[in-house]
Design a protein around this ligand. Structure first.
Ligand SMILES: C[S@@+](CC[C@H](N)C(=O)[O-])C[C@H]1O[C@@H](n2cnc3c(N)ncnc32)[C@H](O)[C@@H]1O
Length: 416
């Protein structure tokens, strides 16, 4: 067994014997820790020779001699030749220098553990001389840290941190499915003290937050009214100024019709460090959930995303009217009749295919297809409700929800 220890190598000489791939793999971590690395080897792989040429390490292009150990605090012997390894280990022992002896874990005085590094945390795994097992464990730990399954740290306010400003992360949570948040977003969520949550996004992650995490709901949920944007901004800054790590968990992407820019600017203006974590926008991913690619070779070369929450006449006039250009409307359910009328009067063919996808990525996802001419009536019959993404253009016909007999149009009865 070994005694686990962390070494502070900054400014200390570390000797690496050997210039092969194993030596090359060990060197970056030594350099990252500020070690003064000397490599002794008649030949070295490109990685080492390039670092030597760049001045980040010293390469003595010859065989090892005992004097190489002079001034060294640590030696890593990875020459690949057992006799050299034996000699270096014996010399190091005599000189009282810790030695990692390559190729012979049992005879080695020191071992390099398998290390997972995430942010400022490193987890070192030693498995009594079984590097494959150590690497497998390390990978498991790294994945759990990355995904946020293993919270890196809770940063609750403490008397000693009084006066310290916290931070805000505007995290795009994706459309609804908890698997569609980014790794970074998931990790920040696992480190949050306060989560300011919308009604859309990966809601399933909220019950899994620690009991000490304060969740502030600002979206319209049953039993509560949506919080006005000014108030959301104020909450973000207030919580961060209390020293908290705040995650603003948003649906989709923060910058796509999500007011992420406003929240970011407000935080900056109030001296709060803020970062934006992009998310999977509903504008692309919700059509995808219904089998609709927003572009497709030979069908659509581009797409536009606009809000359907207001009169779209002016905006729609700036967008190509051909059905080979996909138009995606967010927040478009309540004004759908008005919007389709504007699109037709703006020059789009009444027969242009349209799909409405409600509750994308949720168990309750439902797709309604029609054309510009019929979709408003169909939506009324079906009682289509928000949240929904409306897609206009020929790409809709690529969806398995688009009935082959869909001419002129029909309501899809057999829903998901
Ligand atoms: C205020 S916008 C926010 C958009 C978000 N920033 C994004 O990138 O997806 C809210 C609109 O996004 C759409 N939306 C978001 N999530 C959805 C989902 N899971 N299913 C259907 N529509 C969704 C709806 O059009 C909804 O009205």
């Amino acid at each position: 067994m070994t005694y686990p220890l962390g070494l502070q190598l900054r400014g200390r000489k570390v000797l690496v014997v050997g210039g092969g791939p194993v030596a090359a793999r060990r060197i970056p971590a030594l350099l990252d820790d500020g070690a003064l690395v000397t490599v002794v080897a008649p030949y070295a792989c490109e990685d080492i020779s390039e670092r030597a040429a760049a001045g980040s390490l010293q390469w003595l292009q010859r065989e090892y001699v005992p004097a190489d150990l002079d001034g060294a605090w640590l030696v890593l012997s990875h020459s690949g030749t057992p006799a050299v390894e034996d000699r270096v280990a014996a010399d190091a022992d005599a000189a009282r220098v810790w030695c990692v002896k390559g190729g012979d874990h049992q005879a080695s005085r020191a071992w390099v553990p398998a290390v997972a590094k995430v942010d400022d945390v490193s987890v070192a795994v030693n498995t009594n001389g079984d590097p494959k097992r150590a690497a497998a464990l390390r990978d498991g730990v790294a994945a759990a840290l990355d995904s946020g399954e293993l919270p890196l740290r809770r940063h609750r306010r403490s008397p000693s941190s009084e006066g310290a400003v916290g931070s805000v992360a505007l995290v795009g949570g994706g459309p609804a499915d908890a698997g569609l948040i980014t790794t970074r977003g998931r990790r920040l969520l696992a480190m949050a003290d306060v989560v300011v949550a919308d009604r859309l996004g990966p809601r399933a992650l909220i019950p899994g937050l620690g009991a000490d995490v304060e969740v502030i709901e600002v979206g319209k949920l049953p039993g509560n009214h949506p919080v006005p944007q000014d108030e959301i901004n104020r909450i973000l800054v207030e919580q961060a100024l209390l020293g908290n790590r705040v995650v603003r968990l948003k649906g989709g992407d923060p910058y796509v019709l999500g007011r992420g820019g406003e929240e970011e600017a407000y935080c900056r203006d109030h001296g709060v460090p803020v970062e934006v974590v992009p998310g999977v926008t509903s504008a692309i991913s919700v059509p995808a959930a219904a089998g609709i690619p927003v572009t497709h070779r030979g069908v659509a070369k581009g797409f536009s995303v606009i809000t359907g929450h207001e009169d779209i006449t002016q905006q729609a006039g700036l967008i190509p009217v051909g059905s080979d250009h996909t138009l995606v409307l967010l927040m478009g359910v309540s004004l759908l009749p008005k919007s389709v009328a504007s699109l037709i009067s703006g020059g789009r063919q009444p027969s242009t295919p349209v799909a409405i996808i409600e509750n994308g990525w949720m168990d309750s996802q439902r797709v309604t297809t029609g054309t510009l001419e019929t979709i408003a009536g169909l939506a009324a019959v079906r009682g289509v409700k928000s949240p929904a993404v409306i897609v206009v253009g020929d790409v809709v016909t690529l969806s398995p929800h688009w009935p082959t007999s869909h001419l002129p149009l029909s309501v899809e009865i057999n829903t998901e």
